[in-house]
Design a protein around this ligand. Structure first.
Ligand SMILES: Cc1cc2nc3c(=O)[nH]c(=O)nc-3n(C[C@H](O)[C@H](O)[C@H](O)COP(=O)(O)O)c2cc1C
Length: 208
């Protein structure tokens, strides 16, 4: 079933819709590449994970974007999850095109993906598919490589402003034990590890 937002409906005027969309918190990523020798990129809060097999992520780009026609030509696109000290970086990446990378610490992979040094995580991707959706294009990206990044905590975008995560606001005992069908281990249900080596073994089991 396809749902269409009736923007002519007074209840769903664009301002109301923007406010409703803005209630949903998200992270922010830099989508960037060196294309024909030119550093090219934007900030995007529409990034989300899509599929494990094959590994896919997505973001949505406005059909009016002046950057996407060039960026989509890149062999590889770098996705950098912005850290919570990246608020100014985010504004810069959304600002005038010629100043977007000025003074930023980043590296360019051999395939041309641009990855920010202090990101929380990085993804080296290529365009898998583009789906036109109203005034945006949903860009599906195939993930070729992921990196841990140097940053610790992500930048949060909510109601048109930047925020930080407050992890201790969450009470783990109130979370259901399953996320997306996978059992989630909770630290509070485990006996404490005896030695650092045991703790490290536990971490390896968790990662497996
Ligand atoms: C926090 C934040 C999130 C943004 N998210 C998106 C997004 O998901 N999609 C999008 O098309 N533009 C987004 N933008 C705007 C772009 O970063 C950029 O400003 C816009 O594409 C205009 O530049 P362009 O014409 O060079 O593409 C965002 C801007 C900010 C500040």
């Amino acid at each position: 079933m396809t749902l269409h937002a009736q923007t002519s409906d007074p209840v769903l005027d664009p301002r109301t819709l923007r406010d409703a969309f803005g209630a949903f918190p998200s992270g922010v990523v830099a989508v960037a590449a060196s294309v024909k020798g030119q550093l090219t990129g934007i900030a995007a809060s529409s990034f989300t994970s899509v599929s494990i097999d094959p590994p896919l992520v997505s973001f949505s780009i406005s059909t009016t974007s002046s950057t996407w026609p060039l960026l989509r030509e890149a062999d590889r696109l770098g996705i950098s999850v912005l850290a919570d000290h990246h608020d100014a970086v985010c504004r810069q990446l959304a600002g005038p095109r010629e100043e977007r990378f000025a003074g930023l610490p980043f590296r360019v992979t051999e395939n041309g993906a641009v990855l920010l040094d202090e990101a929380v995580a990085t993804y080296d991707c290529s365009v898998h598919e583009e789906v036109v959706a109203g005034d945006h294009v949903i860009v599906l990206l195939q993930v070729h490589e992921v990196g841990g990044g140097d940053g610790e905590h992500p930048l949060v975008f909510h109601r048109s402003t930047f925020a930080k995560l407050h992890r201790d606001d969450l009470d783990p005992s109130r979370l259901d034990g399953r996320i997306n069908g996978a059992e989630v281990d909770r630290d509070d249900q485990r006996p404490p590890a005896e030695t650092p080596a045991e703790a490290s073994d536990q971490n390896k089991e968790d990662a497996a």
